[in-house]
Design a protein around this ligand. Structure first.
Ligand code: DLL
Length: 437
C-alpha cells in the first residue's frame, strides 16, 4: 500500500513545479522571519526574488550545525513561540544540544504524514501493530514513529527503549507486527530472546523499520535471518524533522526521500559544489514546507548519493543510497581513510564473529594504531586456542587486503562489548581526548 499516491507517485515534472512553488514560499518566510538567514542572504546579495525554481537553490547559503549552536536555543525558529507546539533536541557529542521546534501543522500534516508513508513502505497497514522501541523524549525516534503509526490508523505500542525481557513478552502477547528501533537494539533483542529460550522467529513480527545509526546490508541479513522478517532502513535527523526524511521499500534499492517536503542535494564536502546523481557526496536538505524550523540547504555531514530512476514499487520519489559514513566520522589512520561501515562489512562476512564490535584508535609515538575488538561466537570461544588464532589472522589479513590497513584484532568473549538501547557507539578515538600518547 502506498500511503499518499498523489505525492509519492507524482510525475517528475509536476513534482518539480510543486517543489519550486514551495521553495519560493519557504525562502520568503525565512527571509522575513529568521534574522540569521536574512543576514546571510544579504551578505551574499541574494533576495527572495532571485529564487524562482528549485534550480536556483545553489544561490542560497548553506546552513551548518554551528549556525544552530550560535542561535541556541530558539534563534532560528520562524514563528512566534505561541505557535510552537513541541520541541525536540538532539544531544550531539560536543557542545550545546540542537533544539528544533514544530507547529501543529508541522506535526500533524508533515511529520505524521511522512512517517505514515514510511510505515506503509514496510508493508504497514491499519491492521499493523507497531512496537515503538525507539526512545520517547527529546529524541525524535519514539514520538516520530508514534504519530505516523496513529495517522496510518495502526495500533501503537509506545514501549520506548529498555527492559528488553518485557519488550519480548509484550511483542509476543500483544501481537506486534512491526518493530521500530535501532538496528543494534534489534540484535540485542534477538540475543535476549535466545537467552530466554524464545526463538525470535516465533514472534509475530513481519517487518522492522530500523535507523538512527549507520548499519550495513550484512547486518540487515543477520537481522532478517534471526527474526525471519523484512528489515528496512529508515533515515532522518532532528534538524530536518526526525525520522521520516527517507525510507526503504521492499525493493531495497535505496531510501525514498520525501522530497515534496525535504528537497535533497548532494554536494562535494570540500568544495561545496553540487555533484550529479549516482555520485557520492554530502547530503544537504532544504525544508520546503515546515513552518517552525525551516532549515534551507542544511549540511547533514552524512554521505550518500541520489538515484532518480523509477523504482519497482511504483513510487516516483528520488532514492538515496544507504548512508555510507559521515564526513566527520571518517577515521584517518596513518593516512588511510576508513569508515567504520567498511570494517563492519568485513567482520560480518567472516564466520565465527558476532555483529558486535568496537574500534579503538590510539596514537603510539607518532603512529596511529587501530585496534578492532570483535566478539566471537560462544562455540568458537570455547574452542581450542588454535581456532581463535586462525580467526584472528584471517580478520587481520582481510582488513589489510580490503582497506590496506594494518590493524590489531582482539577477539573478545560474547556479550562483553557494551550494548545500547539507542544508538550504538562503536568508535573510541583516544587521539582526540589526548588520553594516549
Ligand atoms: O536519529 C532520527 C531518527 C530516529 C532516524 C529514528 C531514524 C530512526 P538525530 O538523533 O538527530 O535523529 O540523528 C541524526 O543519525 O545525521 C545520521 O548521521 C544518523 N542516522 C539516522 N538515521 C540513519 C540511518 C535521528 N538510517 C543522525 N543510517 C543522522 C545511518 C543514520 N545513519
Amino acid at each position: 500500500m502506498i500511503f499518499n499516491e498523489t505525492y509519492e507517485c507524482m510525475p517528475r515534472e509536476k513534482l518539480r513545479q510543486v517543489q519550486s512553488e514551495r521553495l519560493r514560499d519557504a525562502v520568503r518566510r525565512v527571509y522575513d522571519n529568521v534574522r540569521p538567514y536574512r543576514r546571510k542572504m544579504e551578505e551574499m546579495g541574494v533576495t527572495p526574488a532571485d529564487i524562482q525554481t528549485i534550480d536556483d537553490l545553489p544561490k542560497l547559503p548553506f546552513t551548518v550545525k554551528e549556525d544552530l549552536r550560535d542561535s541556541y536555543p530558539f534563534g532560528m525558529f520562524a514563528v512566534p513561540m505561541k505557535d510552537v507546539v513541541r520541541v525536540h533536541s538532539s544531544s550531539g557529542t560536543t557542545g550545546k544540544p540542537t533544539v528544533v521546534g514544530y507547529t501543529r501543522n508541522d506535526i500533524n500534516n508533515i511529520w505524521a504524514e511522512v512517517m505514515a508513508r514510511t510505515i506503509c513502505c514496510a508493508n504497514g497497514t491499519p491492521d499493523s501493530v507497531v512496537h515503538v522501541a525507539y526512545g520517547y523524549g527529546l529524541f525524535t525516534g519514539g514520538l516520530g514513529v508514534h504519530y505516523g503509526a496513529e495517522k496510518l490508523g495502526a495500533t501503537v505500542i509506545p514501549i520506548s527503549g529498555g527492559n528488553t525481557k518485557r519488550q519480548i513478552m509484550i511483542m509476543r502477547d500483544f501481537g506486534s507486527t512491526i518493530l521500530a528501533c535501532t538496528p543494534s537494539y534489534s540484535l540485542y533483542i534477538a540475543d535476549i530472546c535466545d537467552e530466554m529460550g524464545i526463538d525470535p522467529r516465533s514472534l509475530p513480527l513481519n517487518a522492522a523499520i530500523l535507523g538512527a545509526e549507520p548499519w550495513t546490508n550484512e547486518i540487515r541479513n543477520e537481522i532478517e535471518k534471526r527474526f525471519d522478517i523484512i528489515a528496512l532502513d529508515i533515515y532522518g535527523l532532528s534538524e530536518i524533522i526526525g525520522p521520516g526524511v527517507s525510507s526503504e521499500c521492499p525493493e531495497k534499492c535505496g531510501l525514498h526521500v520525501n522530497e515534496d517536503h525535504f528537497y535533497p542535494e548532494i554536494i562535494d564536502p570540500v568544495s561545496g559544489q553540487p555533484v550529479p546523481d549516482g555520485q557520492r557526496g554530502e547530503l544537504v536538505f532544504s525544508c520546503i514546507t515546515k513552518e517552525a524550523f525551516p532549515l534551507l540547504r542544511y549540511r547533514t555531514r552524512d554521505i550518500s548519493m541520489l538515484m532518480r530512476e523509477p523504482c519497482g514499487c511504483g513510487r516516483g520519489l528520488a532514492r538515496m543510497e544507504r548512508i555510507s559514513g559521515r564526513t566527520d566520522d571518517m577515521l584517518i589512520i596513518r593516512g588511510v581513510n576508513v569508515f567504520p561501515s567498511q570494517i563492519e562489512s568485513v567482520l560480518i562476512a567472516i564466520e565465527g564473529t558476532e555483529p558486535h564490535y568496537e574500534l579503538v584508535v590510539d596514537k603510539r609515538g607518532v603512529l596511529d594504531e587501530l585496534e578492532i575488538r570483535v566478539e566471537v561466537n560462544q562455540k568458537l570461544f570455547s574452542d581450542e586456542v588454535r581456532g581463535l588464532e586462525e580467526l584472528r589472522n584471517r580478520i587481520q589479513a582481510e582488513i589489510e587486503s580490503v582497506l590496506g590497513l594494518n590493524a590489531t584484532v582482539r577477539l573478545v568473549e560474547p556479550r562483553t562489548i557494551p550494548r545500547s538501547e539507542g544508538k550504538a557507539k562503536r568508535v573510541i578515538d583516544n587521539r582526540k581526548t589526548g588520553q594516549a600518547n
